[in-house]
Design a protein around this ligand. Structure first.
Ligand SMILES: Nc1ncnc2c1ncn2[C@@H]1O[C@H](COP(=O)(O)OP(=O)(O)O)[C@@H](O)[C@H]1O
Ligand SMILES: [Mg+2]
Length: 235
């Protein structure tokens, strides 16, 4: 049984259908990358998985349990956390305060333990603990957004465009951190514009276009697939 299963989901906004019969799975411990052109419906898939948007048809299962009707605050307690594409940190608060808010549901001692783990993964955040989050660089903000999501010790982390707006060198740093997070046992479902790079680091990938998943396979194989390149990677 996969950790996460999206099974034949159709959904959208108002009466506008955006996703049509989307199916995908994430096994425990995997990195899975969803790529596809702007407007393909990648972020919408994330919102359905995290309970921000209801499936019109189909369902979302976590450990075989139907979570399609659960609100995000309950889904979080089942071991899934989400870093949205925008507005993913509190810019007026310090780094440390952001992390503590990420752990709203934990007891004090646990918060300290989790914080120590996050600072191990992201030493940069430790150096910047008392810094106002809004004054940090794009890469540091992304690390903080991931760190806050990891405070609740999820088994599955959803990342929507973690490299958006970052300089190429910082993209490499963020991807390397994602791999390290994954090596601690956290499964990752990520959406990326940086398609080729994100497929290379993924165990499996899905290519979406026009609200449907069109191609799937091992990440590196998709990255090297000439048809995928021609149709979806612009080259
Ligand atoms: N909140 C919303 N209300 C209405 N339409 C939306 C909303 N968010 C996204 N859409 C539309 O849904 C489609 C898919 O968007 P999205 O899932 O954000 O694509 P992607 O993340 O692949 O770029 C687009 O046509 C977009 O305009
Ligand atoms: Mg998006």
């Amino acid at each position: 049984m996969p950790l996460l299963k999206v099974d034949g989901v159709t959904s959208g906004y108002g009466d506008m259908e955006v996703l049509r019969d989307v199916s995908l799975a994430v096994e425990a411990g995997e990195i899975v990358s969803i790529i596809g052109p702007n407007g393909a419906g990648k972020s919408t898939v994330m919102k359905v998985v995290f309970g921000q948007l209801r499936p019109w048809q189909g369902k979302v299962e976590l450990d075989g349990r139907d979570i399609s009707r659960l609100p995000p605050y309950e889904i979080v307690t089942l071991g899934m956390c989400y870093v949205p594409q925008v507005a993913n940190i509190f810019t007026d608060l310090t780094v440390e305060e952001n992390l503590e808010l990420g752990a709203f549901a934990l007891a004090g001692r646990e918060v300290a333990e989790r914080k120590a783990r996050i600072y191990e993964l992201f030493p940069r955040l430790k150096e910047r603990a008392r810094q106002e989050a809004g004054k940090m660089s794009g890469g540091e903000r992304q690390m903080l957004a991931m760190g806050s999501a990891l405070m609740l010790d999820p088994r599955l982390l959803l990342l929507d465009e973690p490299s958006a707006g970052l300089a190429p060198k910082m993209v490499d740093v963020i991807f390397e951190r994602i791999i390290r997070v994954n090596q601690t046992g956290v499964a990752i479902l990520m959406v990326e514009q940086n398609a080729r790079e994100s497929l290379k680091m993924a165990h499996r990938g899905y290519v979406m276009a026009n609200g449907q998943n069109r191609v799937e396979g091992p990440g590196p194989a998709l990255a090297d697939d000439p048809d995928v390149a021609r149709l979806y990677l612009g080259g």
